[in-house]
Design a protein around this ligand. Structure first.
Ligand code: NAP
Ligand code: GDD
Length: 346
């Protein structure tokens, strides 16, 4: 494949971040290739507006079958696409689920990243040039935080099998970089949300419930720990930071965050308030939704990203909540009109 167009390969393209990153890269003239895992019913809802069918013949998104568990397939994919940039967004990304599926989570999130890095190593030799690599690290690495706000030099203390697996992926990226053969950067991203957020994550679970309750489609919302504090940003702002990291001549690691922290309770208050509801009337506490080990507080400092990448978040917390509630209200109205339960496929 020989063109001057820059090519990006995204694992996890069907996810929240994968879909926004695809839009961002298309807007910059990239040819985008995405890896999609096999499923009995493919989950392409977030990409429906980006496929060759919707973009026409000039569409620049190509989907390839593959899985983070399959080393040979990853190696073949990297050589076939010959990308300039690889973004590793694929993961079992639910922290709560990782306590029930720790081995699977480690295989996909930790060893999967290693498989991909090894595929890039072989790919670089075959293609004869460097491939830039982005690893989706996480504020979950900080876990039981020893200082606040958290920066690139804050010690890691993960509190879940998800966090431990992501720690391996982070360090194997750093190690490959320090070994001199990988242009690898890790984005230590704090929580980021959007109307495309998966429905099992707390923000989306709340905004979806608020919208449905307001239309009489649902009565109550069951939640776990309302006191956890998170630094919530907006996913479209955050994918821009991923791209900026790979445009630097020197690879490095960056905290991407807003610098503000709010509790789950505060998110509920704002989200229900948006539709004139009092959250206290609708929330039920379900002990099964508490985690065996919790991350109590996350608050990141984006200072390095601002100074070196020129990146800063644009969306406010209030704007984020309003955007998500309004989008879910629209979805719930369609649900109400059709008399059935809708899911947007997230
Ligand atoms: P997401 O919506 O859950 O998307 C995860 C993606 O990974 C999906 O495309 C999923 O495919 C894919 N995937 C899962 N297992 C796979 C496997 N075995 N092989 C190939 N693909 C697989 O996650 P996100 O919110 O976009 O997050 C993107 C990345 O950033 C993840 O690595 C996450 O851990 C990390 N991260 C997220 C946040 C955040 O707040 N969103 C913060 C820090 C780090 P299916 O569609 O088939 O399930
Ligand atoms: N999911 C969920 N569901 N979380 C709940 C619930 C509930 O019913 N009730 C309370 N919570 C609390 C969790 O205990 C946690 O403290 C907080 O809400 C946020 O949970 P999630 O939205 O599931 O996100 P997360 O912070 O655990 O993980 C997300 O952010 C990480 C970055 O810090 C995920 O996107 C990870 O992939 C990402 O790395």
């Amino acid at each position: 494949m020989q063109t001057d167009t820059r090519r990006a390969l995204i694992t996890g393209i069907t996810g929240q971040d994968g879909s926004y990153l695809t839009e961002w890269l298309l807007g910059r003239g990239y040819e985008v290739h995405g890896m999609v895992r096999r499923s009995s019913s493919p989950c392409l809802g977030r990409l429906a507006h980006l496929t060759p069918e919707s973009l026409g013949v000039g569409g620049r998104v190509t989907l390839h079958a593959g899985d983070m568990g399959d080393a040979g397939g990853l190696a073949r994919l990297v050589q076939e696409v010959a990308p300039h940039e690889v973004y590793n967004l694929a993961a079992q990304s639910h922290v709560g689920v990782s306590f029930d599926q720790p081995t699977y989570t480690a295989d996909v999130n930790a060893v999967g990243a290693l498989r991909l890095i090894e595929a890039i190593r072989g790919g670089q030799d075959a293609i004869g040039r460097q491939i830039r690599f982005y690893q989706a690290s996480s504020s979950e690495l900080f876990g039981r935080v020893s200082e606040s706000p958290q920066t690139e030099s804050t010690p890691f203390h993960p509190r879940s099998p998800y966090g431990v697996a992501k720690l391996y992926a982070h360090w194997i990226t750093v190690n490959s970089r320090e070994s001199g053969w990988l242009h690898g950067s890790c984005g230590i991203l704090f929580n980021h949300e959007s109307p495309r957020r998966g429905e099992a994550f707390v923000t989306r679970k709340i905004t979806r419930a608020v919208a449905r309750i307001s239309l009489g489609l649902q009565k109550k919302l069951s939640l776990g720990n309302l006191d956890a504090l998170r630094d919530w940003g907006y996913a479209p702002d955050y994918v821009e930071a991923m791209w900026l990291m790979l445009q630097q001549d020197d690879p490095d690691d960056y905290v991407i965050a807003t610098g503000e922290t709010r509790s789950v309770r505060e998110f509920c208050e704002k989200a229900f308030g948006r539709l004139g509801l009092d959250y206290r009337e609708f929330i039920e506490c379900d002990p099964r939704l508490f985690r065996p080990a919790e991350v109590d507080l996350l608050c990141g400092s984006p200072t390095k990203a601002r100074e070196r990448l020129g990146w800063k978040p644009r969306m406010t917390f209030d704007g984020l909540v309003a955007t998500m509630v309004d989008a879910d209200l629209e979805l719930a109205r369609r649900e109400s009109d059709c008399g059935g339960v809708f899911s947007d496929g997230t």
